[in-house]
Write a protein that binds this ligand. Structure first.
Ligand code: UD1
Length: 421
């Protein structure tokens, strides 16, 4: 199993190109199943989760052609199997979004229930309730969802009980081929939902309202092929900006619209960062200063993203002052706290939603263990600001969501290396 060895202390300085967004790439790959013709996707990040989704499409019999630059052509209609197996779905919950497209395009499918997850139970009841409202017959059998519809799905008005990104995506995809109009209320407004809607509209769908909390989908009979470029990864970009702020550094990120990071940039400014922005770049400069502690409360977009909570908490551990970090999306998303405390951080948990962080002058290197994707990134940040050497075990989590993270950090001057054992 690979691990990272990080020697802390270096200020991150330099420029980076932001990769394509994982959370956009995954539903976009699933959406190719809706088309009658091949769809070509570019700017796919080279990540373990993306490979898993491509493997899942392959296991359905879909022809996938990948060139050396990670441009992927997916020929959805070559599908031969309508069963997404447990072995693949359990490794990546996001693969559950193949359900809506397969049901809408082929009238039936079997998709394994995703099962448990380190950061909380993460049910899929909203996905299933919405598909049932669109006329699907949904049954559970042996850990699988069996979904079927006689003819086409029918447009309906769906009120989501909570804001769910994957739920909104699954239903929006299913509704594109339904008969009539679907209205999804309390929809997720995340930029990745918008990216998916833009792809679907390019394929011939009639979606409006994406980016707002009511999405309207007028069903069409067919979707066609197209070429589409995945949006930049705002979570990756946010992670590097927070890492730069934590190490008192100066970093420019290219290939990202700063508007996507608004809530994060505001928090970084509160922490004392000087930010400059262009149409497709953002730069941060801490002028060598230690960051100030900043309160953070996660919320659906445009609120502060839960996927950057752990990283900002890492910043707060070495900031001047005391802060309160509140997690409102997932029930069990503070597993990094114990590991950071082992590195000398002073964090107290109140229940499982609030962390009180007393900033300390410096962390100390220690052996730590990654528990989930974003928690792993927060441990890398903690290791970068720690005195001495930190070994981070189980970094397969980080390979799921960060393209070439050690190369990118080395490019910024970090001392980090991967060791295989
Ligand atoms: C997506 C992102 C993930 C991010 C999360 C929240 C992808 C691939 N992953 O995950 O990185 O952390 O959004 O921004 O895009 N819920 C239910 N019932 C449902 C669906 C969700 O109770 O049917 C709950 C979940 O348990 C969670 C909350 O709703 O507490 C939000 O989950 P959701 O937005 O669905 O997350 P994902 O789409 O799985």
């Amino acid at each position: 199993m690979d691990r990272f060895i990080v020697c802390g202390g270096a200020r991150l300085c330099g420029e980076l190109e932001v990769s394509g967004a994982k959370n956009s790439a995954l539903p976009i790959l699933a959406a190719t199943l809706l088309a009658d013709e091949p769809v070509t996707i570019s700017r796919l990040p080279h990540l373990h989760d993306v490979t898993t989704m491509i493997e899942l499409l392959g296991s359905l019999g879909v022809e996938v052609v990948i060139d050396e630059r990670m441009n992927v052509q997916v020929n959805g209609p070559s599908i031969t199997s309508f069963r997404a197996p447990y072995d693949l779905v359990k490794t990546m919950r996001a693969s559950f979004v193949v359900l809506g497209p397969m049901l809408a395009r082929y009238g039936g499918c079997e998709v394994s229930l995703p099962g448990g997850c380190a950061i909380g139970p993460r049910p899929v009841d909203q996905h299933l309730k919405g598909l049932a409202a669109l006329g699907a017959d949904i049954k559970m059998q042996d850990g699988y969802v069996l979904a079927a519809v006689n003819g086409r799905l029918r447009g309906a008005r769906i009120l989501m009980d909570m804001v769910t990104v994957g739920g909104t995506e699954n239903l929006m995809m299913a509704a594109t081929l339904a008969q009539g109009t679907t209205v999804i209320e309390n929809a997720a407004r995340e930029p990745e939902v918008v990216d998916l809607a833009l792809l679907l509209n390019k394929m011939g769908a009639k979606i409006s309202g994406h980016g707002a909390d009511t999405i309207v989908v007028e069903g069409v009979e067919h979707l066609s092929g197209c070429e589409y470029e995945v949006m930049p990864d705002r979570v990756e970009a946010g992670t590097y900006l927070i890492a730069a702020a934590s190490t008192r550094g100066k970093v420019k990120l290219n290939g990202i619209d700063p508007m996507l990071l608004d809530s994060v940039l505001l928090k970084l400014e509160e922490a004392g960062a000087e930010l400059s922005r262009g149409d497709d770049w953002v730069a941060i400069d801490m002028h060598g200063e230690r960051p100030r502690a900043v309160d953070v409360r996660t919320a659906p977009y445009p609120g502060f993203p839960t996927d950057l909570q752990a990283q900002f908490l890492a910043l707060n551990t070495i900031a001047k002052g005391t802060s309160r970090v509140i997690e409102t999306i997932f029930e069990n998303r503070f597993m990094h706290v114990q590991e950071m405390n082992r590195m000398g951080a002073d964090i107290a948990l109140e229940g499982n939603t609030t962390a009180i962080v007393n900033g300390v002058e410096a962390l100390k290197g220690a052996p730590v263990m990654a528990t989930d994707l974003r928690a792993s990134a927060s441990l890398v940040i903690a290791a970068l600001v720690a005195q001495g050497e930190t070994t981070i075990d189980r970094i397969y989590h980080i390979d799921r969501g960060y393209e070439c993270i050690e190369e990118k950090l080395q490019q910024l001057g970090a001392q980090i290396r991967r060791v295989s054992s």
